[in-house]
Design a protein around this ligand. Structure first.
Ligand SMILES: Nc1ncnc2c1ncn2[C@@H]1O[C@H](COP(=O)(O)OP(=O)(O)O)[C@@H](O)[C@H]1O
Ligand SMILES: [Mg+2]
Length: 435
């Protein structure tokens, strides 16, 4: 970033912030050095006072939060408890609560019932009390701030949560591989990633590792010029700014790291380079779906073994069974402390084709299948030709439910059935707020 730009953003902030005088001192680091940009996470805030809501609103408009999706509503902790009984939890919840210690803890326990383990919670309260602070930290609360807070204090706190080298990486990596070529592994990867981005309203990046023949661009009807090959050429240069330039946005929450799909260039695929690139993506995005080609090389093996979750797609025949068994055995031996990989049987129940049944697959592999997807050339074929996901093409098709099951299993979430709202809902909502 150029010096002048950095200067002006900082000055603008200094003028707004209660830190203004402090920041003039030579000892204090510049404001822009104290808060770093946040990754593409979703943040939902439940405020009790207009002051806190305003501070949050100002923070959400800052360039450092430009990649995060922030929603702010009133109602404090009780509103949050009610909200998450019906909706999935985001990456971060900010709760303003002026309840006394005991009541606050009771409400948090209620919230914990519907809170995903990966969700962080920050509390804004009114008592500067070390006993309360310690109790909250013990219960897994990420941070406790005392109101009134400035938008800068808030940004500094959030930045600390996500830019601390000691904290966990932001993103979960899911690797998808086929037991053979052409079994639908990429199709499943793309549909599951899209479903996850829609169902959880959380950002996900698909990294297309099939540099020569990848279909991610086609499946999402995009024609990207830049993509993953540029990153792999110089993995150590990849940072959040370059990543932004190389990603292609497909929808509000889904971006692709597309393959170049040219045959006249050779790419050096080193296991270290591939791992570095995926690591940078996972530092910036909550979910990364790695679409691996059906090849066996040191770099495919490395990406597979490093992933948080693995999905092996097979069609119900003998060669797929043998290959799936080999991959599963290798993965289980190399990852003794991880859960087993997931198996998806695809293109099942094709007319007149002799097939190995899911039960026989499960017995031979000693693994439960995560999903069985029927052969459905009409919906899959038409969706692929249109550059659409199967659910976009035909929401009544059978496969989208399987994609939702796979997505929720990978993200360790339960599917939340959102009730259809009446057309009067926005009006009623307004009236409730005005009371
Ligand atoms: N369940 C299914 N029924 C019918 N066609 C499918 C199904 N799953 C995938 N396909 C089609 O199979 C073809 C190969 O899929 P692809 O995802 O490219 O396989 P892979 O990545 O394993 O090589 C695509 O044309 C896709 O639309
Ligand atoms: Mg593929």
């Amino acid at each position: 970033m150029s010096k002048s730009l950095k200067g002006s953003a900082t000055e603008a902030y200094d003028a707004l912030s209660p830190f203004a005088l402090e920041a003039e001192g030579a000892e204090t680091p510049a404001l822009s050095d104290r808060a770093r940009p946040l990754p593409r996470i979703s943040i939902q805030a439940f405020c009790e006072t207009p002051q806190t809501a305003e501070a949050l609103q100002a923070a959400s408009e800052d360039r450092r939060l430009s990649k995060a999706h922030v929603t702010i509503q009133m109602g404090g902790a009780p509103a949050a408890v009610a909200h998450y009984q019906e909706s999935p939890t985001p990456n971060l919840i900010i709760l303003e609560s002026h309840l006394p210690h005991g009541e606050l803890v009771a409400t948090l326990e209620e919230l914990a019932q519907s809170c995903d383990p990966g969700t962080k919670v920050v509390i804004i309260g009114s008592t500067n009390d070390v006993v309360l602070y310690r109790d909250l930290m013990k219960r897994g609360i990420s941070e406790y701030l005392v109101a009134p807070i400035s938008s800068f204090e808030l940004m500094e706190c959030l930045s600390g949560l996500y830019n601390n080298p000691d904290s966990d990486p932001v993103g979960q990596v899911f690797a998808f591989i086929g037991a053979k070529g052409g079994v639908g592994s990429s199709t499943i990867c793309h549909n599951v990633a899209w479903t996850l981005s829609e169902a959880l309203a959380t950002n996900i990046v698909i990294a297309d590792m099939d540099l020569a023949f990848g279909t991610t661009g086609l499946d999402f009807n995009q024609d990207p010029v830049q993509g993953i090959a540029d990153a792999l050429q110089n993995p150590d240069r990849l940072d959040e700014v370059l990543l932004d330039r190389l990603l292609t946005t497909c929808s509000k929450h889904l971006s692709i790291f597309a393959a170049p799909v040219v045959l006249d260039r050779d790419y050096e695929m080193s296991p270290e380079g591939c791992e570095t690139v995926i690591d940078v993506v996972r530092q910036n995005v909550p979910f990364v779906a790695v679409d691996l080609p059906h090849t066996w090389a040191p770099w495919t093996k490395r990406l597979l073994l490093q992933a948080d979750e693995i999905v092996i797609t097979a069609i119900p025949d003998l060669a797929n069974l043998r290959n799936a068994k080999n991959i599963i055995d290798l993965v289980k031996t190399a990852r003794k402390n991880d859960a087993a990989p997931h198996l998806v049987l695809n293109m099942a129940n094709m007319q007149k084709r002799p097939e190995i049944t899911p039960k026989e697959f499960e017995n031979a592999l000693d693994l439960k299948t995560l999903a069985v997807i029927d052969f459905d050339c009409e919906n899959f074929g038409q969706a692929a030709n249109n550059g659409q996901m199967v659910e976009e093409y035909n929401s009544k098709a059978k496969a989208p439910q399987a994609f939702r099951d796979i997505a929720m299993a990978l993200a360790h979430r339960k599917e939340v059935k959102v009730e259809k709202k009446s057309p009067l809902a926005p009006l009623l909502e307004k009236l409730k707020l005005m009371r």
